[in-house]
Design a protein around this ligand. Sequence first.
Ligand code: 13P
Length: 301
Amino acid sequence: MGHLVSSTTMLQTAREQQFGITAFNVHTLEMLQAVVEAAEEMESPLIIQTTVGTVHHLGPDYIVAAAQTAARRATVPIALHLDHCTDYELIVKCIRAGYTSVMIDASMYAYAENVQRTQEVVKVAAAAGVNVEAELGKVGGVEDDIIVDEHEATLAIPDECAAFVAATGVHTLAPAIGTAHGIYKGEPNIAFNRLREIGQRVQLPLVLHGGSGIPEEQVRRCVQLGMAKMNVATELRIAFSDAIRAVFASHAAENDPRKYMVPAKEAVKRLAQEKMKMAGCIGKAKEVQARTDHLKASLCY
Ligand code: 13P
């Protein structure tokens, strides 16, 4: 296929055509390969994402090199996204390294400061054609070092969402609608009416955080109401780790990493495909690619 692409066109296509694109948090080369193989088999566009913790763990250059290799070999469009970053300097570093999409998470600040911090990132990302995602309201749960107690989680306000998009020029918006990072105790309590209102006020692709454990029917409703990107992290980590644990349970002395990494990779791949099916992006790679090519051609006059 060629290069990593910005997630902007793929997500706009998804919003317009009412499907969701899965964005998977990966932490190892095998997890990255697993989600790429899943996307290839399903002919699905793909967003690979890493948390700040994983950027520190692996290094942005290693991550970009692996994602670029995947994009070069793949037949589906792939974007590389930085998830939940609060640090402007790190965002700039990742953009310079080759990330094609970034999230500035300033949701812990007051509205005006969230606007200002997001504006700064939109400005620096524009030159590189990089997609910018921001969050309004506060998504509960634990994502790396960002911990939001369930009592502190707040829903996004529709008027604020519309004003925020106009003020910042952000490309994608993650409104908190009652989902949470991590595994739900019961069923998630999604504020669908709130999401409907936000979706009517904001035409941009919306982002569904806390994708682990949301029942299929609820995912579909979210997508119909404007969610064009679905983030999945915790369930992938669990699938990966459970598969490794299962190998050691029967072969406690195993010391060949390939013997436990291969089943772990397979488990992640299977789960990624299930999530793609839920979000509705199976078979959508060609449409997204056609939109991206058309855009490129219309810019080359
Ligand atoms: P989960 O860990 O609940 O899947 O959430 C992922 C997420 O929203 C990453 O930003």
